[in-house]
Design a protein around this ligand. Structure first.
Ligand SMILES: *Cc1c(COP(=O)(O)O)cnc(C)c1O
Length: 379
C-alpha cells in the first residue's frame, strides 16, 4: 500500500478542497470571472501578509519573488547587508551578486539566529547600505531570525528591510505593516498549502518609491508593471490560473481558522516535535531560536543521516527532509507547516522512532510519541 505523507518543508500537503478547486475546468484570465476571483485572492493575501499594500502574485517558485525583490529595488553597485545563516541566506547573496549588488555579509553559524548587534555594527560602518536582507525563518537550519528587532534597526538607520518570509508567512506572526517591514516575500508550497508555482511579494510605500529609481535589469519580474495590471484584476502575463483557483480556497481556509489560531496550531505542533525529539535523546540544531515551520534534528553519531530520510520514505511512505549543503547527512528536518494536524504529528513522530531503531539507534518505542501526546493533548 503506497499511502504517502509529506512532512517536508515544501512542498507541503494540500487540503482536498484545494485539490478539487484546482481540478475544475480552467477559465480564461481576461474575463470578469477571473477578475472577480483574483480580487478575492488579493484581499485574502493582504490578510495573511497583514498589510494594506497590494500583494503581487507571480508565476514562479519562491526564489522568483526573491529575485524580483533584488532586481526591482537596487541599481548595480548598490550595497546590501545580507544575513547568511543558512542556504537561503546564501541565496540572497547569490542573487545580489548576479545583479551586481554589493553585499556586506553577516555570516552566522548555521543553527543560530543572527545577533541584531552584528547587523547594527554593519549598518554603522557601511553608511551606503540600502537594505538589509534576511530570512524570517531559515528553512535549511530551522532557525527563526529576530525579524521585529531587525526591522526596527532598519528604520533607525534608514535601510530597507527585505524579508524572506517564505516559511514564516502563515506560520508565525510577522505583521508586515505593524513592524514596518519594507519587503516580504512568500511562496505557495509552504504554509499556503498549494503546489509549488506561485510566489508572493508585498512592498511598503518606501520600497515602491525605490522601485521607481532602481536600475537593475528586469523584464518578467517587473513589479511596477505587475502592480498596475493587478490593481485592475489582471496580470501582466498569463497567470497560473488553476493555482489561483486553489489559492482562493486555501486563503478561505486560513481565514476561517483565523490567523491567531493558525499561529497557535503551528506553535504547539512545533513544540511537540522539539520536545519529542529531545525525549528520544536527540539534539536539536537550533534549540535557542527555533522556527515553528520546521524542526532540524542532529543525526546521532553512528547513524546514517540520509538513511533516516530514505527509510522513512521508502518503507513507511513518510517524506521528511535531510540537511542541505554543509548540513547534508548531519541533520534531518521534520516539518509541521501548513495542512498538518495534531494527529499527523503523532504519526510522523512514531515513524521517526521506528526508523531510528531500524538504523541502530537505541530508542524506547513510544517515548517521543508519549511526549508529543502530552504536549498536544494535555495531561
Ligand atoms: C522554500 C524556500 C525558498 C524558495 O524556494 P523555491 O524552491 O524557489 O520555492 C526560499 N526561502 C526559504 C526560506 C524557503 O524555505
Amino acid at each position: 500500500m503506497g499511502k504517502a505523507y509529506l512532512f517536508a518543508p515544501g512542498p507541503t500537503p494540500i487540503p482536498p478542497e484545494v485539490l478539487l478547486a484546482m481540478g475544475r475546468p480552467i477559465i480564461h484570465h481576461r474575463t470578469p470571472q477571473f477578475r472577480r476571483l483574483f480580487k478575492e485572492v488579493r484581499e485574502g493575501l493582504k490578510y495573511v501578509f497583514q498589510t494594506e499594500q497590494p500583494v503581487i502574485v507571480l508565476a514562479s517558485s519562491g526564489t522568483g519573488a526573491m529575485e524580483a525583490a533584488v532586481s526591482n529595488l537596487f541599481s548595480p553597485g548598490d550595497e546590501a547587508v545580507v544575513v547568511r545563516g543558512g542556504k537561503f541566506g546564501e541565496r540572497w547573496g547569490e542573487i545580489c551578486e548576479a545583479f551586481g549588488v554589493r553585499t556586506v555579509n553577516i555570516d552566522v553559524e548555521w543553527g543560530k539566529a543572527v545577533d541584531p548587534q552584528d547587523v547594527e555594527r554593519a549598518l554603522k560602518t557601511h553608511s551606503r547600505v540600502k537594505a538589509v536582507m534576511w530570512q524570517a525563518s531559515e528553512t535549511s537550519t530551522g532557525v527563526m531570525h529576530p525579524t521585529k528587532e531587525l526591522g526596527t534597526l532598519c528604520q533607525r538607520y534608514g535601510a530597507l528591510s527585505v524579508v524572506d518570509g517564505i516559511t514564516a508567512i502563515g506560520v508565525f506572526d510577522v505583521p508586515m505593516d505593524k513592524w514596518g517591514l519594507d519587503v516580504v516575500v512568500s511562496g505557495s508550497q509552504k504554509a499556503f498549502m498549494l503546489p509549488p508555482g506561485l510566489a508572493f511579494i508585498a512592498l511598503s510605500e518606501k520600497a515602491w518609491s525605490s522601485v521607481e529609481r532602481a536600475k537593475c535589469p528586469r523584464y518578467y519580474f517587473d513589479l511596477a508593471k505587475e502592480r498596475s495590471s493587478q490593481e485592475k484584476g489582471d496580470t501582466a502575463y498569463t497567470p497560473a490560473v488553476s493555482m489561483i483557483m486553489g489559492l482562493k480556497v486555501s486563503l478561505e481556509l486560513i481565514r476561517e481558522e483565523g490567523l491567531p489560531n493558525v499561529f497557535a496550531r503551528h506553535a504547539v505542533l512545533a513544540r511537540a516535535a522539539r520536545e519529542s525529539m529531545v525525549a528520544l535523546g536527540l539534539e536539536l540544531l537550533a534549540p535557542e531560536s527555533p522556527s515553528d515551520a520546521v524542526t532540524a534534528v542532529k543525526v546521532p553519531p553512528g547513524v546514517d543521516g540520509a538513511a533516516i530520510v530514505s527509510t522513512m520514505r521508502e518503507r513507511y511512505g513518510i517524506t521528511i527532509a535531510g540537511g542541505q549543503s554543509r548540513l547534508k547527512g548531519k541533520i534531518f528536518r521534520l516539518s509541521h507547516m501548513g495542512y498538518i494536524s495534531k494527529a499527523d504529528m503523532i504519526l510522523a513522530i512514531g515513524v521517526v522512532e521506528v526508523a531510528l531503531r531500524e538504523l541502530g539507534f537505541e530508542v524506547e518505542l513510544g517515548r517521543g510519541v508519549a511526549k508529543a501526546q502530552e504536549v498536544l493533548f494535555g495531561s
